[in-house]
Design a protein around this ligand. Structure first.
Ligand code: F0G
Length: 366
């Protein structure tokens, strides 16, 4: 694991400046003047208050949604990818590779192509949401769909990167986590303090590790007085960190976190111990309930995996201390997976109606 010490802890991000993430937090990141910054203006995503969630918990609890689905390729992966691709470019790399449940492949493809590099992405055939596949293809990656799950794809790309001149940009690449830790900086910059609880979906456990790194660095620099409890939520059919062992055949509607053997397992267990946090499973039904609630009551469209953080908070609501501040991380944009939205909603949808004003008024209830 790459260690990096902040050099000028007084830099506070200015969301209005239009700076890309690496410029906004340059002193906290392992970059130099020699690093070519490959950017799509990622980061600076909104922290949205959620009254619908706060009122379900009560007791003066405040809830915020860190909506990282508003990054350029629609997920938090862009934070890590601007770093990983910039550093790969600096090192003279001409090609990158990753395994992915979809979002990493979209981000890797976009940033690699922007940096003039080739991108190879391995995905589990049939288990990547349509929007993500569309992105990887449109950005011009070579997409290789294998008959196996994400865990198998990751093992293959690690082998390939060891044997051939391609840079691995999965979250075992330390620059990925360096970039992703900036989300924690933004949360503290926005709240003026670290939250009491940070609820986050967990697959490969890179993001929870990165957030913890960010919170710790800000605390060490005196920019916050406290550290959050880190609560990681996995889908019940893909919950190796909850069960304490690898899941051979992971299964969940939240395909982004359909992972049975998280590569950052040791880091995840360290974060749990250091933060007094925990891992918990949420069922697909609980994930879909939270997903629908966010859309229909808050106007926030996230992808199913992201809603695991909210499903988890609601499941543990009785344990939230009175007056606490909670942040739920929404990792990806709902538009990534339109099929799941179309199949899981309670909206009245009238199809094939005659094009007639009276008929329209009638179904409107007038
Ligand atoms: N949420 C979304 C939307 C994701 O795409 C992922 C991971 C996670 C949560 C979990 O993050 O792995 O750092 O614990 N997606 C990876 C991918 C595996 O290939 O896009 P994690």
């Amino acid at each position: 694991m790459l260690e990096y010490c902040a050099t000028s802890p007084d830099h506070v991000f200015n969301a209005d400046s239009g700076e890309e993430l690496i410029e906004a937090y340059r002193s906290w990141l392992p970059v130099s003047d020699a690093t070519p910054v490959i950017t799509l203006r990622e980061g600076a995503t909104p922290l949205i208050p959620s009254q619908a969630l706060a009122s379900r918990i009560g007791r003066g609890v405040r809830v915020f949604l860190k909506y990282d689905g508003l990054n350029p390729t629609g997920s938090f992966k862009d934070r890590g990818m601007t770093m990983a691709i910039s550093k790969a470019k600096e090192a003279g790399s001409e090609a990158v590779i990753c395994a992915s449940t979809g979002n990493t492949s979209a981000a890797a493809a976009a940033y690699a192509r922007r940096g003039g590099m080739r991108a190879f992405v391995l995905i589990p055939d049939g288990y990547v949401a349509q929007g993500k596949l569309a992105q990887a293809l449109l950005y011009g990656a070579q997409v290789i769909a294998i008959q196996g799950n994400f865990d198998r794809a990751l093992a293959i790309v690690q082998d390939v990167a060891n044997q051939y001149p391609v840079t691995l940009v999965n979250s075992v690449n330390p620059y990925r986590l360096q970039g992703q830790k900036t989300a924690a900086f933004e949360v503290v910059d926005a709240l003026g303090e670290a939250p009491d609880w940070l609820c986050i979906p967990v697959g490969n456990a890179g993001n929870i590790t990165a957030y913890w790194m960010g919170f710790q660095e800000y605390r060490q620099a005196g920019l916050s007085n406290q550290l959050p409890r880190m609560l990681g939520f996995q889908a019940a059919g893909s919950a190796p960190l909850v069960l304490g062992h690898t899941v051979e055949q992971p299964d969940t509607i939240a395909t982004a976190i359909r992972i049975g053997n998280p590569v950052n397992r040791d880091n995840a267990l360290r974060v749990e111990a250091e933060s007094g946090g925990g891992f918990m499973a949420v069922t697909d039904a609980e994930i879909i309930d939270a997903y629908k609630l966010l859309g229909s009551e808050e106007g926030v469209f996230c992808e199913p995996a992201s809603a695991a953080s909210v499903a988890g908070l609601l499941k543990r609501r009785a344990e939230v201390p009175a007056g606490a501040t909670v942040v739920c991380v929404l990792t990806g944009n709902g538009l990534k997976d339109p099929a799941t939205a179309i199949e899981n909603n309670d909206a009245p949808f009238h199809t094939g109606l005659e094009a007639d004003t009276a008929k329209v008024a009638e179904v409107m209830g007038f």
